[in-house]
Structure formats: structure tokens, C-alpha cells
Design a protein around this ligand. Structure first.
Ligand SMILES: [Zn+2]
Length: 289
């Protein structure tokens, strides 16, 4: 088999946050009250670890480090199974609402927590709800200063909460300071006419038929490029408590088709090849392995 006929290695990722920590519930679930809500993140993350184990797939886990502070053993367990640990920040506040100084503290705090648990910081970062937009490009400087090598927060689509529609669709160097560079691994889209359609995972995977995801990922791989899949531990949890919310967009998709996610995840894992994000970036020469 020639190198060209090898199936493309895609990137797999999980944003490790609990069901009540999402942007959709932000107005009614305050950060200083998070401890009052039923914690389900450990059990749900373990279920995902179990499924990945069945398919022998390793991925990247972006830890919301408020959870790491309370469940350090979970972070150790994920790392011990050979997955990459990255950071999803500490508080899950949208970057363009935090501003530069709060963001710096949030990111530094998350790096300190991971360092305390693992003896090293994270190389990769994903912003809450993809909130690196044209309103928060200052965040890239802060990321480099915090020791990050790659960011995975830009969705090259138009959306009311996030997105930079004209952004490049595949990994690129987004920022440089001296000899240090920050690589961006954008969320996956497929080109349709003059528009980018979102693939990625999360709500798009949950709400839309699996065939859409498979069609889109195959198109991306035919371009010779890796797709990037993401999901959240709460998305496979049909038993999670119910909160009423109109979300950030006037309608919340949080509880829709949770029952479809596990089987879609299994199909993805059997239909495509996956590796942690840092490995995919290194394999393609964007980062040193
Ligand atoms: Zn998140």
C-alpha cells in the first residue's frame, strides 16, 4: 500500500466538562454555585474512556480544570491510558466576555492545576464555546505566554456565538512571537458552494444524521486533510438532570438526541482512524513530536 492510499489520520477530542457547566446554562448556573450541582463528569468520562479502549483509539482530552481540581485522579487516569491532556481553561467563560486580564488568570490557573497533577503543563488549548473570534484575537498572545503550542478554538463558520467564517480550514501557524509559534487546528468544516458547513462533532453530530458526518469527513479526507472530532462527556448521558434554558441563542440544543450519541461515536470510531491532536499535528510537521 502506498503512503497515499493510507487512510488519513484524524484527530479525536473530548471537552471534559460537566452537564451544568455549559455556556447554555451560564445565566442560571453561576460558577460559585457549581459545587451544588450533581457531579457526573467522572462517570461519563470513564464511559468514553471505555469506548475508546474498545476501539484502541487515543485522543486529546481538553480538561475544564475546575473539574481537575476536584477530580485529579480522573486526569491521572486519562493520561495513564495514553491520551493527551490539554486544557479547556478553568471557568468556562467566553473569552470575549472575560477580557485579556481575566483570561490570562484563567489560563494560568488551569496550567498550574495540570502541572500540579501531571508534573507538566498542557500543550494544547480549546476555548469555551470556540470563543476565539475577531473580538478576542488578543488571546493568542496570552496563549503563547502560557506555554501553549497549539490552539483549537476557531470554527470557520458564521454563528451568533462563535466563528470566523473566512479563517483557514486546516492547521496553520496563527501567531508568532520571537521563536515561539502557535499552531491553530480549526474545527472541521466541509466546503459546500461558497460556504463552510460545520462538521466537528458536539451538537452537529448529535442533532444531524450520522451519514452527514461520514459524508463530510470523507470529503475532508479526500482533500488529504485530517478531520477533527469533538464531543462532551455529558452528551452520552441520557440520565442527566433537566434544567430549563433558552440557551445563548434563544433555543437550547443541550438535551436533544442525547440517546443517539453513543452509537454515532461507535460508528465514527469504526469508520475512521483517529489519534490525539498533538500526534496528528506532529505527523504533519506542524509540531515537534
Ligand atoms: Zn466547553
Amino acid at each position: 500500500m502506498t503512503a497515499q492510499s493510507q487512510p488519513v489520520m484524524n484527530a479525536f477530542s473530548v471537552d471534559v466538562e460537566d452537564w451544568y457547566q455549559v455556556s447554555d446554562f451560564e445565566d442560571q448556573v453561576r460558577l460559585d454555585e457549581w459545587d451544588r450541582y450533581e457531579s457526573r463528569v467522572v462517570a461519563n468520562t470513564r464511559r468514553i474512556l471505555g469506548i475508546l479502549g474498545e476501539f484502541k483509539v487515543k485522543g486529546t482530552f481538553f480538561i475544564l480544570t475546575w473539574n481537575a481540581e476536584r477530580h485529579p485522579a480522573l486526569v491521572e487516569e486519562i493520561a495513564a491510558e495514553g491520551h493527551e491532556i490539554a486544557t479547556h481553561g478553568y471557568s468556562h467563560r467566553l473569552l470575549y466576555e472575560q477580557g485579556r486580564d481575566l483570561y490570562r488568570r484563567d489560563l494560568e490557573r488551569s496550567q498550574e492545576i495540570l502541572h500540579k497533577i501531571l508534573g507538566r503543563q498542557a500543550y494544547g488549548y480549546r476555548a469555551p464555546s470556540f470563543s476565539v473570534t475577531t473580538k478576542s484575537m488578543w488571546a493568542l498572545d496570552v496563549m503563547l505566554e502560557a506555554g501553549l503550542e497549539y490552539d483549537s478554538s476557531i470554527f470557520p463558520v458564521q454563528d451568533s456565538l462563535y466563528g470566523i467564517p473566512g479563517a483557514l480550514r486546516f492547521p496553520f501557524v496563527i501567531h508568532q512571537a520571537g521563536r515561539r509559534k502557535l499552531v491553530e487546528f480549526p474545527m472541521t468544516t466541509t466546503r459546500f458552494g461558497s460556504r463552510n458547513l460545520p462538521l466537528g462533532g458536539g451538537a452537529y453530530l448529535r442533532l444531524l444524521p450520522y451519514q452527514y458526518m461520514r459524508w463530510g469527513m470523507r470529503r475532508v479526507n479526500r482533500e488529504g486533510e485530517p478531520a477533527l472530532v469533538y464531543l462532551h462527556p455529558w452528551e452520552i448521558d441520557t440520565q442527566q438532570p433537566r434544567l430549563k434554558s433558552r440557551g445563548k441563542r434563544g433555543i437550547s440544543t443541550h438535551y436533544i438526541r442525547l440517546d443517539s450519541m453513543e452509537s454515532k461515536l461507535r460508528r465514527l470510531l469504526s469508520d475512521f482512524r483517529f489519534a490525539p491532536m498533538r500526534d496528528v499535528l506532529a505527523q504533519r510537521g506542524w509540531l515537534h513530536s
